[in-house]
Design a protein around this ligand. Structure first.
Ligand SMILES: C[S@@+](CC[C@H](N)C(=O)[O-])C[C@H]1O[C@@H](n2cnc3c(N)ncnc32)[C@H](O)[C@@H]1O
Length: 224
């Protein structure tokens, strides 16, 4: 069975390291800081500049549920309806996600039940977390996605290319392109040249943007 170690990052928030992959789930410079910057600022908020609710999001790697929870908090704040689909092959066990403490760290204790519900709720069917947030967690491997023009935003949060090269190149990138609606955005912490070339080859328009603290650059990509 996989073991999970809790590790404190520089902004005081926890991340995980699993014995299966040996990789950190977030940047050492700050888990919450990184997720907010890469996925909320350059994903959700960027998309909302020219679109309105409802929004459908695909997350590549549910993991700690941090991206889902930050998105949930935004949906409350901005009054938007979110349909969130997350893929995950190695669900984090209850005793581990209970120790992550994200609701308290985000000063959102009143939504602790929602955070736990995201993790506790059944896999492979759409669950109502609250009237504005619908979550479908799929316990499948990334390459098994078969969706076509279904998502407005993709949070690409697989482990880094050094650990999982197949998810940063084609044909997988083309699967993501297919899953996205025209006008949709893919956002990720990765800025590797070969990844950006794979995005272009799949048909994306690629934009390099400033990375979170500790990282000069990251990538957003648009489906024309
Ligand atoms: C970098 S972590 C990010 C997790 C999550 N976004 C978070 O904020 O905690 C990558 C996640 O992808 C999952 N994963 C890795 N390879 C996978 C695969 N082939 N299929 C599905 N999930 C996978 C890992 O178990 C891990 O939860």
């Amino acid at each position: 069975m996989a073991g999970f170690e809790l590790i404190k990052t520089d902004d005081g928030s926890w991340t995980l390291q699993s014995s299966v992959h040996g990789e950190l789930y977030h940047s050492r410079h700050g888990a919450i800081q990184e997720s907010r910057h890469v996925f909320i600022k350059y994903g959700l908020l960027e998309w909302l500049k020219s679109n309105s609710s409802p929004v459908s999001i695909l997350e590549i790697g549910f993991g700690t549920g941090l991206n889902a929870f930050l998105t949930f908090l935004e949906s409350r704040e901005l009054d938007i309806e979110v349909y969130y689909t997350a893929l995950e092959a190695l669900p984090v066990p209850q005793k581990v996600y209970k120790g992550l403490d994200y609701p308290a760290l985000l000063n959102a204790q009143e939504y602790e039940k929602a955070f736990l519900k995201m993790h506790d709720s059944p896999w492979n069917s759409r669950q109502t977390i609250d009237p504005f947030f619908f979550l479908e967690k799929k316990e499948i491997s990334f390459e098994q996605i078969e969706d076509s023009s279904r998502f407005d935003i993709i949070y690409m949060d697989a482990f880094a290319p050094a650990a999982q090269p197949q998810f940063w190149e084609n044909p997988f990138i083309t699967q993501l392109f297919t899953a996205l609606k025209p006008g949709g955005i893919l956002t990720t912490y990765c800025a590797k040249g070969s990844f950006k070339r794979a995005l272009k080859a799949a048909g994306f328009k690629v934009v390099a943007v400033p990375g979170p603290p500790g990282k000069r650059e990251m990538t957003t990509a648009y489906k024309p």
